[in-house]
Ligand binder design. Structure first.
Ligand code: SF4
Length: 186
């Protein structure tokens, strides 16, 4: 199986989720958010198409990373390959974050027709969802570009049938994964 990537795997990121993280930059996105930080990742024919076995080998060589984050681009345009990689990352003992321009509820609906979307969701620990909205841009909202984006505990949300978000501690400006805001699925 192949995956189209925007660049090599990045390591030692502290801005793409908790801890020290590697980042898989996927290529391809059609959300066209105004003010997108990464327009070179939009072209579905851009970047490089690589074999996921080669990506797995690279992931297995990572050292001192707490987890791996899928970003882009939008990883949900390549759910089959990302699901397989996310499973492999869990097998290596690392957690998985993913950024997407889609809403969690819309991904769940789409997963009824496309099984790979559900398989990918089942292998994500934290999903940061929704488009970047420039009027809601915030420098203090850690791990997200605009305040409309939600930091969702995917496993808890799927178990409980609610969107369960982690709340940012206003004083420490950090996330406390023991506190959640809940919303009912539409
Ligand atoms: S979803 Fe992300 S990569 Fe895609 S246009 Fe929006 S900000 Fe850019």
């Amino acid at each position: 199986m192949k995956i189209r990537l925007a660049s090599d795997i990045q390591t030692d990121s502290i801005v793409d989720g908790t801890g020290i993280r590697a980042v898989v930059w996927t290529q391809g996105c059609s959300h066209n958010c105004s003010g997108c930080h990464n327009p070179s990742t939009h072209d579905f024919n851009g970047g490089d198409e690589v074999d996921i076995e080669d990506v797995k080998e690279r992931l297995s060589e990572l050292e001192a990373q707490d987890g791996v984050t899928f970003s882009g681009g939008d990883p949900f345009f390549q759910p089959e390959a990302c699901a397989e990689l996310a499973k492999y990352i869990h097998g290596l003992g690392m957690n998985v974050w993913c950024y997407t321009g889609f809403l969690f509820e819309d991904l769940l609906k789409a997963s009824n027709k496309k099984r790979a979307i559900r398989e990918f969701l089942d292998n994500i620990d934290i999903l940061v969802d929704g488009p970047f909205i420039i009027s809601k841009k915030s420098y203090s909202a850690k791990f997200r570009g605009s305040t409309n984006q939600r930091i969702i505990d995917v496993k808890k949300s799927l178990e409980e049938g609610y969107v369960i978000e982690a709340l940012q501690d206003e004083e420490e400006q950090d996330y406390n994964f023991g506190r959640y805001r809940e919303k009912v699925f539409i």
